[in-house]
Design a protein around this ligand. Structure first.
Ligand code: HEC
Length: 177
């Protein structure tokens, strides 16, 4: 657009108008978003929360586009009821092929009977039962059950099973009889 010729400093005048338009376009959405964030976070009690706010103010509109995402604290997993999950992992990981364990319907004979052996062997190894069962899964050679051979139980569960799955397995074996 051509600046009017009768004004002394047309560039400045146009520049001023542009500045004001930009000022309004940018500050108004910023104020609204700021209020929304303050309002939102101010009314939430406790807990860890991630609030992501993105504001876009395109030159053609004064409506702020604000996205507020709230992430609740992580919920607890199924550790409280390990039986079904434990049985599924016990079976899918192949434990049943080698171990007898009633709660899993397993009748394997290559390794110790998990209904009875861990309680006896934990005492021999001077360990709490859950800690002993965990050690036996992640590091089987740390203690070899009497009458059984070293190296038969796979050494790989610490890497092939997630920590959560091992937790579930341990609870299942400790509490499953
Ligand atoms: C290929 C056969 C085999 C597989 C598969 C196997 N185990 Fe074993 N497991 C053994 C043998 C043999 C022993 C005894 C030797 C030892 O203590 O390492 C044993 C020992 C154990 C013990 C210690 C028992 C005790 O009283 O000392 C636990 C607990 C155990 N296994 C759990 C599991 C779990 C859980 C799985 C599946 C994630 C599994 N095992 C998979 C063969 C196996």
């Amino acid at each position: 657009m051509a600046p009017p010729r009768n004004r002394p400093k047309p560039i400045v005048a146009v520049g001023e108008v542009v500045m004001w338009v930009l000022f309004v376009l940018l500050l108004f959405p910023a104020g609204v978003v700021g209020w929304a964030v303050g309002h939102y976070t101010g009314h939430q009690g406790g807990g860890t929360r991630t609030v992501t706010v993105s504001a876009a103010a395109p030159a053609t509109t004064t409506t702020p586009a604000a996205t507020t995402t709230a992430k609740a604290a992580p919920t607890t997993t199924a550790a409280a009821a390990p039986t079904a999950a434990g049985k599924a992992i016990f079976t899918s990981a192949g434990c049943a092929a080698c171990h007898t364990f009633k709660a899993a319907g397993a009748t394997g004979k290559i390794g110790p009977d998990l209904d009875t052996a861990p309680a006896i062997d934990a005492k021999k190894d001077n360990m709490a039962l859950a800690a002993f069962v965990r050690e036996s899964i992640v590091s089987p050679n740390a203690f070899i059950a009497p009458g059984f051979t070293k190296g038969l139980m796979p050494q790989t569960f610490a890497t092939t099973l997630s920590k959560a799955k091992i937790d579930t397995l341990v609870s299942f074996i400790v509490g499953g009889k």
